[in-house]
Design a protein around this ligand. Sequence first.
Ligand SMILES: *[C@@H]1O[C@H](CO)[C@@H](O)[C@H](O)[C@H]1NC(C)=O
Ligand SMILES: *[C@@H]1O[C@H](CO)[C@@H](O)[C@H](O)[C@H]1NC(C)=O
Ligand SMILES: *[C@@H]1O[C@H](CO)[C@@H](O)[C@H](O)[C@H]1NC(C)=O
Length: 349
Amino acid sequence: MAFGISLLSLFTLFALSILSFAYSKAQMVPAMFIFGDSVVDVGNNNYLPCVARADFPNNGIDFPTKKPTGRFSNGKNAADLLAEKLNLPSSPPYLSLLLGKNDSSFLTGANFASGGSGILNGTGRAFGPLLPLTKQVAYYLSVYEHLVHKLGSNGAKKRLSKSLFVIVTGNNDLSSYSRDSDLRKRNTPQQYSDSMLLVLKGQIKRLHIFGARKFVVTGVGSLGCSPSQRSQNEGERCDESLNSQCVSYNKGLKSMLQELKSKKLMDIHYSYFDTRRFTEVRAACCGLGKLNAEFPCLPISTVCSNRSNHVFWDGSHPTEATDRVLVDAIFDDPSHYTFPMNLRQLVAV
Ligand SMILES: *[C@@H]1O[C@H](CO)[C@@H](O)[C@H](O)[C@H]1NC(C)=O
Ligand SMILES: *[C@@H]1O[C@H](CO)[C@@H](O)[C@H](O)[C@H]1NC(C)=O
Ligand SMILES: *[C@@H]1O[C@H](CO)[C@@H](O)[C@H](O)[C@H]1NC(C)=O
């Protein structure tokens, strides 16, 4: 009898461990919706008449297909690696779905990110028509309608409340400000950062009205130390005034999120991630000129032989190797870079 029981419990344990294994391999969240700039663009800009594009070599040299896809990277980017971590398929670019190049039910999410774009409508306008954050959120609203149609209002709300809303933006707004003397004449650095945060807050509230509850929001990097910035400075130094504006924007972002959760949207959960401390001082892998960063990554540019020991792929974008380090940190960071929780904890809430 005792033997029977222990055999049974052994069997139960075995079954449980198989189950938990299967569970850990299963999707951790039903869907992920991605908003932002070139750090997470998977090819939306290929469908826009703009010059902020990466659908030519040497981009994609380490992508599984070895082909350029519109990702500003040698391989997979942070959007793909996040999807990998969550056992979700990498979303095709939203515009490819909108234009009927692919079918999607949007059940596992969508990617609206657009290289060169920012929080403010005018950011990156010189590159041609991009998708600023407000436009990306407007596209999300039509996906929301689609999900309500498919799953019913309650079904859609339930699914969305467990889904992740990832926002990676702000980099281009701040680098435009540092380059554009008109913008600097019209706004102090503080006014400019405040206007970015005001729009971002409005868009988070809008997403909340349409079902979003779990947010991942990243700060901006040390933009003043990107190879393209450094290649323009004497002694290849970092642009410290840009860096300090990045620090103060990130501080503002962190407190905006805290305030939003404690006073207005109490039912949200979020993970803020500080990418800034990760940026290392190295040359770009693909490019030409000083630090390989005076010219963009083009078919004629030189490419470093080892993409695993370069932080930067081109003048301003990380390599796949760097993105892996970042995404691992977003997931399991013990609180040095994430606030108030890491992504694994956010998923489990
Ligand atoms: C269509 O979507 C699937 C699933 O995400 C993807 O594997 C495939 O490459 C996409 N095809 C095109 C033409 O984008
Ligand atoms: C930005 O563009 C959206 C339309 O995409 C518009 O609704 C909004 O008012 C614009 N914001 C500003 C500050 O111009
Ligand atoms: C490339 O760099 C990585 C990281 O420094 C190193 O582990 C690897 O051995 C290098 N590969 C080659 C082929 O040198």
